[in-house]
Design a protein around this ligand. Sequence first.
Ligand SMILES: Cc1cc2nc3c(=O)[nH]c(=O)nc-3n(C[C@H](O)[C@H](O)[C@H](O)COP(=O)(O)OP(=O)(O)OC[C@H]3O[C@@H](n4cnc5c(N)ncnc54)[C@H](O)[C@@H]3O)c2cc1C
Ligand code: FES
Length: 334
Amino acid sequence: MSHQVTIQPSGHQFTVQDGETVLEAALREDFALPYGCRNGACGACKGKVLEGEVDYGAHQPATLPKDDKAKGLALFCTAKPKTDLIIEVKEIGAAKDIPVKTLPCRVEKMEKLAADVMAVWLKLPASERLQFLPGQYIDFLLKDGKRRSFSLANAPEEDQLLELHIRHVPGGLFTDQVFGGMKAKDILRIKGPQGSFFLRESDKPILFLAGGTGFAPIKSILGHVFHHGIDREMVLYWGAKTLADLYLPAPPSQWQQEHENFSFIPVLSEPLPADHWPGRTGLVHQAVLADIADLSGWQVYACGAPAMIEAAKHDFLVRGLPEDEFFSDAFSFQ
Ligand SMILES: Cc1cc2nc3c(=O)[nH]c(=O)nc-3n(C[C@H](O)[C@H](O)[C@H](O)COP(=O)(O)OP(=O)(O)OC[C@H]3O[C@@H](n4cnc5c(N)ncnc54)[C@H](O)[C@@H]3O)c2cc1C
Ligand code: FES
């Protein structure tokens, strides 16, 4: 039997289906309740039941002691409603509301997507999940306090593994290791989530601009958008040098077939004769300028090399884009 849950103080409401926990149902209906491990161990999802009754579910006794239960507290990652509920919990409204964690992780698998792009999937310890907003990134913590940043490419709704798209910088301390000796089961340390490159609420059409592995955080955002059926008009311009550098064309091509509100425009800057490329050529942000004369009604999310971001921002503002509607993550380096 399903139950209605009302969140205080926001007044948001959602329905918990039979067998679901409060947290599972909230996330399914796109309400960002805080969480960490999702299995009753960390306490990040703890909140108050103001009215109604829950089955507390399996959890670590130390995480929810009897005292807490007496005060009406519950762990929403394990609690299942027995009745309709009114709960008190602070919803995540912005990146600052999400705790930044330092965690060990294991390389689960690796796949070369292009000569210089490696997809790496990371597994966190069984008791941990990384809550993040789609578009955010993590830092690898290396020896001597060095850090290297990489964007999360999976949507938060598919967080069993963390997916990264890592471009090889020849001679680079970390990426030489990724393309050299790194293998499944290697242990690394990460810190995250980081950054403010995430989707803002609005009715405006969205222009996504990706250069190379700048596709990674946009893949995360789009995965989230389609998961929740967000129906804003969206177009993705993805720039790469050659056809082989467009390293993961299947998902955006498929999204374009499946979603009327989404279109995908790949742009190659240096196509090879062997590519027989029938599509758009040149610099990716210039393809946008050729297509859209007036950007005043748009919201832009741009990700990739710093020079691309800088040029795009300058030229898009000239075309009327309000400065506060340009969101970007420049892949700068140490
Ligand atoms: C917020 C953020 C998110 C990022 N997300 C991604 C991502 O999802 N995928 C991805 O592939 N990269 C991403 N980057 C870029 C990535 O962090 C760097 O390329 C990486 O740190 C290089 O590490 P390295 O140790 O191999 O190179 P280093 O040892 O740091 O550098 C070796 C040499 O290469 C130069 N260099 C380093 N990186 C670059 C670069 N990107 N372009 C040109 N020259 C470079 C350095 O100046 C130095 O001369 C991101 C950067 C930021 C800031
Ligand atoms: S998310 Fe860790 S206890 Fe619920």
